[in-house]
Design a protein around this ligand. Structure first.
Ligand SMILES: Cc1cc2nc3c(=O)[nH]c(=O)nc-3n(C[C@H](O)[C@H](O)[C@H](O)COP(=O)(O)OP(=O)(O)OC[C@H]3O[C@@H](n4cnc5c(N)ncnc54)[C@H](O)[C@@H]3O)c2cc1C
Length: 533
């Protein structure tokens, strides 16, 4: 333990300040991965038929660099077959993101005879790769239901989350997936010790392949239709974009949301849920998204960051508004950007404003453009109110009134805030930068105190799905069996991940949701199949 601590402490500053309990597993050098993969594939010597062509898979295909079938397994599960056929013992997982891969892993590990992941892009887990600044914050250290946002009944979410917990999930990632994790103590987040999101994606994919999961790339599923399995039972027909329909027994829909559409997530999952599966949707909206608007004092402050206390004041005058609790992000990072505001404090509360904006201005039709608050009646908008240093009004009052009177007010502000922000706030309050403490008029002092401790962020809009880390809204948990993740509207279809009406705040909560809901969906989807085998 001490060795790990020492080596981490002596690591260069750019490396993660991690402290990790050593895992029970031996270390697997990541550079060996492709070799290992190749050996696994060669060992199984499976021949895969894609359309009319027979090919021998390679480790390259296993990592998704072409659009053909890739597979590797220790178990002789995969039969040689062509596209466009029917397989009534298979689990089809739609989407190879964090949730889909987890669902596939658990479905295979729990006895499903054949598990096929359909991924529309040429690569699995693209969002894992880009997550956490390419370091992948895989988990929080602990989680409560309050760390998540859903418009569904909170009890449903609580029940699903209770099916696993952070500790068991960490054990799974370490012992079964083979990741060594450490805690970043400043933020209470788990990262891989390698600081590599690629390692997370590759090891998760490798574990799926070990369990016999097939991953099919360039396979975009455009629709679902219930059909008869020909033996008196029910099955599902997958409508493929570029190939004949395929028939499968059960479906796990893990297509994610609409954020970062460039990596494959354009909301097809929502379309299928609504159009083909009779689900109502909590109207999707960009969440964990930077906001746009002017900086204080008419200044330009991009790059300035500060720890603030931010809270959201609910809509005034609404029926339940008086009772609604103020959402709060405590002493977290606030970042001025070229176009407005970001950082964990803003991202974590952005949904409170954006949801209203999106729904007032016509739902998700304009999801990819910056939306403006200009047309939204002010009274109908929740407000984000910031205390810049997190200090209370009384603390600032004492600081401003403290002798000597000849000290500059500007200096007092600069003592507690970054200089550029201090000067901007002074300008916002209309106080001259050469004003002395003794000369500060009461009316100006009160205005300055307001600006310092309850500044209303002038939100103009948000940066849309292109910059949103997740999508809010989605398939309501109230329309899903919380014990199995099976659709209550269309039995035989299971949901997991971001397509559901759940997202978490910054800090690993979204992956926790993906792993937890994916596991539950995978195990549940495998159950009827393994019972029938
Ligand atoms: C920049 C960024 C950083 C992030 N950092 C973190 C972090 O550090 N920690 C954290 O907890 N969360 C983080 N998140 C959020 C996290 O990445 C997501 O919550 C999580 O990846 C969602 O997983 P998912 O499997 O539900 O969806 P996705 O990862 O979006 O996967 C969905 C998959 O389905 C595929 N697909 C879509 N439609 C079809 C179709 N029609 N047919 C076939 N396949 C289809 C997509 O190509 C995609 O591969 C981050 C997100 C972003 C954008």
């Amino acid at each position: 333990m001490n060795e790990v601590k020492q080596s981490l402490e002596s690591a260069p500053k750019c490396a993660l300040p991690l402290l990790s309990a050593p895992t029970t597993r031996g270390k697997l050098d990541f550079s060996c991965l492709t070799l290992l993969e190749a050996l696994m594939v060669a060992g199984r010597a499976a021949t895969i038929c894609v359309g009319a062509r027979m090919r021998v898979p390679s480790q390259m295909r296993a990592f998704g660099v072409d659009r053909k079938v890739s597979t590797a397994s220790r178990k002789p599960k995969v039969s040689v077959r062509a596209q466009g056929t029917s397989d009534t013992t298979s689990v089809a997982v739609l989407g190879a993101g964090a949730a889909g891969l987890t669902a596939a892993y658990f479905a295979a590990a729990h006895g499903a005879k054949r598990v096929v992941v359909y991924e529309r892009t040429s690569e699995a887990g693209k969002k894992i790769l880009m997550s956490g600044g390419a370091r992948c914050n895989v988990l929080p250290v602990s989680a409560r239901v309050e760390d998540f946002v859903t418009e569904s009944t909170p009890r449903k979410l609580k029940n699903i989350m209770a099916s696993w917990n952070v500790e068991r999930c960490r054990e799974w990632l370490e012992n079964d997936i083979g990741l060594e994790l450490g805690i970043e103590h400043v933020t209470n987040k788990y990262f891989p010790l390698s600081n590599s999101s690629r390692e997370v994606r590759d090891k998760l994919l490798e574990a799926c392949l070990r369990e016999g999961v097939e991953v099919r790339y360039g396979a975009s599923v455009e629709g679902l239709r219930p059909v008869s399995d020909g033996a008196g039972g029910e099955a599902w027909s997958l409508r493929m974009r570029d190939s004949p329909d395929e028939q499968v027994s059960v479906v796990i829909l893990a297509m994610g949301g609409m954020s970062f559409p460039a990596v494959g997530t354009d909301g097809t999952g929502y379309v299928i849920a609504r159009r083909d599966l009779e689900h109502n949707l909590a109207e999707p909206y960009p969440a964990l998204v930077p906001l746009t608007g002017k900086h204080p004092g008419g200044e330009q402050l991009p790059g300035v960051s500060v720890n603030v206390s931010l809270q959201c004041e609910p809509i005034s005058g609404g029926t339940k508004a008086g009772k609604k609790k103020k959402a709060k992000a405590n002493r977290e990072g606030f970042l001025f950007t070229h176009r407005g505001f970001s950082g964990p404090a803003i991202l974590d509360l952005s949904h409170e404003v954006v949801r209203t904006l999106v729904r007032t201005k016509g739902g998700s039709k304009r999801e990819d453009v910056e939306q403006s608050a200009a047309d939204v009646v002010e009274a109908a908008m929740p407000s984000l109110v910031v205390s810049w240093s997190g200090e209370s009004r009384v603390e600032w009052q004492e600081r401003l009134a403290a002798p000597p009177g000849k000290a500059l007010v500007a200096t007092r502000l600069r003592d507690g805030l970054p200089q550029r922000l201090a000067d901007a706030l002074l300008a916002e309050a209309g106080v001259d930068d050469d004003c002395k403490v003794a000369d500060l008029r009461k009316v100006d002092r009160l205005k300055l105190l307001d600006v310092l401790t309850k500044y209303r962020i002038p939100v103009k809009g948000h940066q849309g799905y292109r910059k949103a880390e997740v999508t809010g809204g989605g398939v309501p948990l109230d329309e899903i069996n919380f014990q199995t993740m099976e659709s209550l509207k269309s039995p035989g279809v299971y949901f997991c991940g971001e397509v559901c009406d759940v997202f978490g705040r910054i800090g690993g909560f979204n992956f926790l949701w993906a792993w937890t809901s994916g596991r539950l969906a995978g195990m549940s989807a495998a159950k009827p199949l393994s019972e029938n085998q």
